[in-house]
Design a protein around this ligand. Structure first.
Ligand SMILES: Cc1cc2nc3c(=O)[nH]c(=O)nc-3n(C[C@H](O)[C@H](O)[C@H](O)COP(=O)(O)OP(=O)(O)OC[C@H]3O[C@@H](n4cnc5c(N)ncnc54)[C@H](O)[C@@H]3O)c2cc1C
Length: 428
């Protein structure tokens, strides 16, 4: 295995055993009993691709690699997203839906967690175009470029003064006589924005009025777009943006939702976004566990493998059992979501949609919280080796903390869930 950095901390024998191939073997041992044949086959297919890509390109996951260089190759294989089949752009992926996308994310996250988080941000740019392209050629062109990895994409909701309270945004959209709009305002923390050709942005006809929101597809080469990179050390390879939209003109065919419809579009995107974050959380748990379990079975102290000391072994069993349980839960959710989307041809009835919002929050809340615990505790069990840069453990620890903030913070998920408890009671 290629070393990430110059100074090797972990001995040759253990470092070799910690390679991607063995970590996938560990995952597959755990998941093969619960996956369907087609899920497992797709998981293995993506794993095979990642293994070959890593080897052929001597990927070390070290600081000098640009993860954005990998987009076209993964996009060509259809590994940027599998939430839909993308028939409208002639891709027609056989393996698609939330459960298949779970498999894609699992394989990619073991390969490189920062790349996987970045592709997740591209997916939340893709989804609104997929839902609302209305067969308009420029929208289909943007969709194809994003799905096939020609460019990353970004989603602009958050503003410097409106984070959790995203609906009361300050960025304005002013309708012109010809159906085009002029946008003005500042957005922040938008993953991939400095590297994206395409962005989806929300703005409102009246500041602080969430009912008057619109949704817009933007080509970032247009006049009126400027973007700086925001430093987020926990994901040092991702490009997060702060954008100024100054008299940015959006032509009519790029307007995905006119005034008043933006709010509905924003909420419809939240369930798949939160479920994808939850899936990434569980994938991080497995990734970190794979490292720590292999390590603890090989690392010897006091003349024994450290796994055999209860302080290590029993801590690992607790994290492993919790990860297994949550994996079963989120997989069941994904399968149920796919069934409902198929049955209702993508237009879910109001009561099911409402229930999914609460479930999306529950899973995002639980998976982000478990990931934070598992990634930190597994790194801790590896002692100094868990803190050094010879493995992906630092990426896991850092990203797991970010998952608790993006897509609505932990407290916002609790806020949504508690509102749901109130509504359920009112309906009794
Ligand atoms: C690495 C990274 C990537 C991101 N990617 C994107 C992206 O691609 N697109 C995008 O639009 N945004 C993105 N975000 C923004 C992210 O969604 C916001 O940071 C998040 O919603 C919180 O907003 P804020 O940072 O303004 O915090 P604030 O809203 O200011 O919250 C501060 C604290 O107050 C708490 N809080 C706020 N309101 C309540 C309440 N009602 N009840 C209880 N507690 C409350 C929060 O939980 C938090 O702990 C990203 C952020 C990061 C860090």
């Amino acid at each position: 295995m290629e070393k990430r950095f110059e100074t090797q901390v972990i001995n040759d024998e253990i470092l070799e055993k910690l390679n991607l191939d063995h970590r996938y073997d560990y995952l597959n041992e755990n998941l093969s009993p619960i996956l369907t044949e087609s899920q497992f086959a797709f998981l293995k297919e993506v794993q095979g691709f990642c293994l070959k890509f890593e080897e052929d390109n001597n990927i070390t996951h070290g600081p000098n690699e640009d993860i954005y260089d990998w987009y076209p190759t993964f996009g060509n294989q259809g590994y940027i997203t599998r939430q839909y089949s993308y028939k409208s752009i002639d891709l027609n992926y056989k393996e698609h839906g939330m459960a298949m996308d779970f498999m894609r994310i699992l394989a990619l996250d073991f390969f490189d967690p920062q790349f996987t988080m970045g592709s997740g941000a591209t997916v939340i740019c893709i989804n609104p175009i997929q839902e609302h392209h209305d067969n308009i050629p420029i929208r289909l062109e943007a969709l194809k470029e994003l799905v096939t990895g020609k460019t990353p994409g970004c989603l602009l909701i958050t503003e410097p003064e409106r984070g959790s309270d995203a609906v009361h945004m300050l960025t304005t959209c002013e309708e012109q006589g010809d159906g085009s709009f002029i946008l003005n305002g500042t957005k922040i923390f938008n993953t991939n924005a400095p590297r994206s050709k395409w962005a989806i942005a929300y703005a409102t006809a009246e500041k602080n009025n969430g009912n008057l929101m619109g949704q817009f597809l933007i080509n970032t080469s247009w006049d009126g777009w400027s973007c700086e990179r925001v430093g987020i050390p926990w994901v040092s390879k991702l490009y997060i943006g702060k954008e100024k939209l100054e008299n940015l003109k959006v032509p009519k065919e790029y307007v995905l939702a006119g005034i008043g419809k933006g709010r509905v579009h924003l909420f419809e995107g939240l369930v798949p976004e939160r479920i994808s974050i939850a899936v990434r959380g569980v994938s991080e748990c497995w990734g970190a566990l794979a490292y720590a379990i292999i390590y603890a079975n090989m690392r010897r102290q006091f003349e024994k493998e450290i796994l055999l000391f209860q302080g290590v072994g029993f801590t690992l069993t607790d994290l492993w059992a919790k990860t297994t349980a949550l994996t079963h839960g989120i997989l069941k959710f994904c399968e149920m979501y796919d069934e409902k989307m198929l049955k209702y041809e993508g237009k879910l009835p109001e009561n099911i949609s409402r229930a999914l919002v609460a479930l999306g929050s529950q899973y995002k809340y639980n998976c982000a919280s478990l990931s934070k615990k598992v990634c930190y505790e597994t790194a801790n069990l590896m002692g100094g080796a868990g803190l050094c840069d010879n493995t992906l453990m630092q990426d896991y620890v850092n990203i797991s903390r970010i998952q608790e903030i993006i897509g609505g913070s932990r407290q916002i998920q609790q806020f949504i869930m508690s509102r749901n408890l109130r509504n359920q009671f009112k309906n009794l």
